[in-house]
Design a binder for this molecule. Structure first.
Ligand SMILES: CC(=O)N[C@H]1[C@@H](OP(=O)(O)O)O[C@H](CO)[C@@H](O)[C@@H]1O
Ligand SMILES: [Mg+2]
Length: 496
């Protein structure tokens, strides 16, 4: 997949999907790094040959691998596509299939679907999403309580691929009123003043949203549509938004899934032996109020280092694992074991008590497993699931946002001599080295009610990231700036 996600239009890069449709296996990352850094073509070839030998990959022409190629709307995607095709054709027998301009999650979904024996076309993707959405809406007790004409959702497409795909998907949907702004078709520039990353980080309205949108339900996709956040414009006085981030999407999903599981478990006593294990997965960037809320619901909450590969891996340990980064990337994973149990359960209920609360809960969970993209976080499928749950509950975005109050937080980047000097433990919440800095952070943090702060080296930028949270915005800002000073003192350009 040729994309640089939420970054500027002149950037580009690649994301690689495994045969499962998930992310590239972590064991292959050093190989990818070595390839990207190969000084010349001879060394590149040598690396490939060595790697193929090590992994026992045969180039004998009997095996005909097919590589699906996708790209976002960046102009440089076309030349990258040509380069990829040439690379693929240099391996005898391999086939490169151009899937055209697609979202990152669509491409992951296509790989997964094909390797499960489906066609894996874009139309099949749209049909699966729209039919499982319809199924969830049809299962709302007493029918949908929201009037779709009144209850419009406005989506910021980041001037990228997501808005166009949402337009196509909408043609297959009824019962949902969506207006797409900043779709890739206009004159706006990809990710400039728009998109999920901008909205989540800056907490201001994206371009083409204004005071006419006060109180309305709005959402923002990122440049390759693997992230989604919701927001509202609270007043005409400022450009600030009320952000409904990945943590709140996670909370909404967790609440709904938990409810369906408890409806399901009120069935007869015969299958009390199997209790599906539900877990939620967050990172240290999750707002502390969200973690408290989820724990308050009685849910098991696991913390992993930053980066979806870690969250995804952890979520796959549960029967149902829900993971989200605060920035809006996440999904729900269902284990094969749970899904086959659920299929059987549904059949059993359909013959014993068709149309019962229990059977409807089973059908809802099955529909969620088809709607949600289990290969990778997918803004379009997450959007449809959020919309279905809000309709199910009859909730406004304001009510949803009020589930809990986010603690004020602040993030700062600090440039240091060598960011790899910072080594963290405990899912990046503590610093193991350099010595002394963790104690200093602890004593700063202790000065603030509800204070929490951590530092970690970014995996994508040459900086140390500082995160702080406290009971007021001023306190969070001040804690972040004190901790940033500590980073500078221990690791800064001027330190010795
Ligand atoms: C604080 C933050 O937003 N970190 C982002 C950012 O990682 P860093 O390692 O923090 O640079 O980019 C990652 C990839 O997009 C994303 O997964 C992660 O959430
Ligand atoms: Mg993205």
């Amino acid at each position: 997949m040729m994309t640089a996600s939420h970054n500027k239009i002149s950037d580009n890069g690649i994301k690689i999907a495994d045969p499962s449709g998930g992310m590239l296996t972590q064991q292959w990352e050093p190989f990818a790094d070595a390839l990207a850094n190969a000084p010349d073509s001879d060394r590149l070839l040598q690396l490939i040959v060595e790697f193929a030998e090590k992994e026992n990959i045969k180039f004998d022409g009997d095996f005909r691998p097919e590589i699906l190629l996708g790209r976002d709307t960046r102009p440089s995607g076309e030349s990258l596509l040509e380069a990829a095709k040439q690379g693929i054709h240099s391996i005898v027998g391999s086939v490169g299939s151009d899937m055209g301009v697609v979202t990152t999650p669509q491409l992951h979904w296509m790989v997964r679907a094909r390797n499960k024996g489906m066609k894996g076309s874009e139309l099949e993707y749209f049909e699966q999403l729209s039919s499982s959405f319809r199924c969830l809406v049809d299962l709302i007790p007493g029918g949908s309580k929201t009037d779709s004409a009144e209850n419009k959702l406005i989506v910021d497409g980041a001037h990228g691929v997501g808005g166009e795909k949402l337009d196509s998907l909408m043609k297959l949907l009824d019962g949902l009123n969506i207006e797409v702004r900043n779709s890739g078709k206009g004159t706006g520039i990809l990710n400039e003043g728009v998109g999920a990353d901008f909205v989540q980080k800056e907490k201001v309205v994206p371009d083409n949203f204004d005071s006419n949108d006060i109180g309305k339900r709005c959402a923002s996709l990122d440049g390759d549509a693997d992230r989604l956040v919701y927001f509202t414009v609270p007043s005409a006085d400022s450009s600030k938004i009320d952000l409904v981030d990945g943590d709140k999407i996670l909370s909404l999903f967790a609440l709904y899934i938990k409810e369906q599981l408890s409806l399901l478990s009120t069935t007869g006593a015969e299958d009390n032996s199997y209790k599906p294990h539900l877990g939620v997965v967050q990172t240290a960037y999750a707002n502390g109020a969200s973690t408290d809320y989820l724990k308050g619901l009685g849910l098991e909450v696991a913390l992993t280092p930053t980066g979806v590969k870690y969250l995804h891996e952890k979520a796959a340990e549960y029967d149902i694992g829900i993971y989200f980064e605060a920035n809006g990337h996440g999904t729900i994973l269902f284990s094969e074991r749970f899904l086959s149990w659920l299929e059987d359960k549904n059949k059993e209920l359909a013959s014993a008590s068709e149309g019962s609360q229990q059977q409807k809960a089973a059908l809802r969970l099955l529909a969620v497993s088809k709607l949600i993209n289990q290969a990778v976080g997918d803004a379009l499928s997450v959007l449809l699931l959020v919309e279905a749950i809000l309709q199910h509950k009859g909730w406004s975005i304001q009510y949803w946002n009020g589930l809990y109050q986010d603690l004020p937080s602040k993030q700062i980047k600090v440039i240091v001599k060598d960011r790899t000097a910072v080594v963290t433990t405990n899912a990046e919440t503590q610093v193991a080295s350099p010595q002394g800095i963790q104690e200093a952070i602890n004593s700063e943090t202790a000065k603030y009610p509800w204070g929490r702060s951590f530092i970690r080296p970014s995996g994508t930028e040459d900086v140390i990231r500082v995160y702080a949270e406290a009971s007021t915005q001023d306190a969070a800002d001040s804690l972040a700036s004190s901790v940033a000073k500590l980073v500078d003192k221990y690791l800064g350009i001027s330190s010795s």
